[in-house]
Design a protein around this ligand. Sequence first.
Ligand code: COA
Length: 292
Amino acid sequence: MKYTDKMLRDDALKGKNIIVTGGGSGLGKAMTKYFLELGAQVAITSRNLEKLQNTAKELETETGGKCLAVKCDVRHYDQVEAMHKTVIDNFGKVDILLNNAAGNFISPTERLSANAFDTIIDIVLKGTKNCTLACGKHWIDTKQQNTAVLNIVTTYAWTGSAYVVPSATAKAGVLALTRSLAVEWAKYGMRFNAIAPGPFPTKGAWDRLLPGELKEKFDLAKKVPLKRVGEHQELANLAAYMVSDFSAYLNGEVITLDGGEWLKGAGQFNILEAIPEEMWDMLEAMIRSKKK
Ligand code: COA
């Protein structure tokens, strides 16, 4: 058994209809592919219809599943409502919403225009809110039970992070939304959970977060105690479990999948890893000598 193996039984998501925002590429595409392999029907959304249609066709061929491409800019509630209606018209119902669409780039905050800051907040926080509200209100109105929302956040949703301040601000809001509605809307049969992924390389994110030579300069695998970045299937395995009925008692949780990355940055003495083994004899002797 390898960590890149597919984890769940083949019919784990049979009968489930899922919306994956930002499903046309990157991690959204990887999770969509696995959902299809597990028997779900998946609607993928983004602003780029051509890219979405190509992805849908590719994934349908690869998996034999049903993948619907629906153009939608999650920043606009009218577009989200229209997208939701299109999915219902095609699939009959929606059971699961995966809020994966995001926008981000690195920048010193003082270089950002007010509109640049808003753009990230609008995609990440307002987009998640828009999709959650459209699905949630419909689930309440139709009394549909056993539904789930999975939000993709990040570990800096709770630590904060320099140079990605709009994203950190927005993701903190998404985390609060997740935990708040996990309690408030549980009575309507909905579950709300989140995943905080560490470094899972994708072209879209890497070109914006580590452009040009930064990729070589900052090897993110070195920041991870397990000394590697994540494999897309590892994230897809966790996401599939969290939206499946196997996780029916999981609600209001954020699961970090980062090889220990954020804790390595947090622990006060974690930097001591840089000390070579042979130096510890000397250091121990120095510490013990203080007793005398
Ligand atoms: N540094 C500073 N400001 C920037 C910037 C950068 N690297 N990139 C964009 N902006 C500013 C723009 O100048 C604009 O502000 P202005 O109107 O005051 O000039 C504002 O941000 C919006 O940019 P625009 O290109 O009009 O927005 P968009 O909606 O077309 O694109 C982005 C949104 C900027 C987030 C774009 O990177 C995108 O589409 N990303 C989607 C995917 C993604 O980010 N994935 C990564 C997830 S980790």
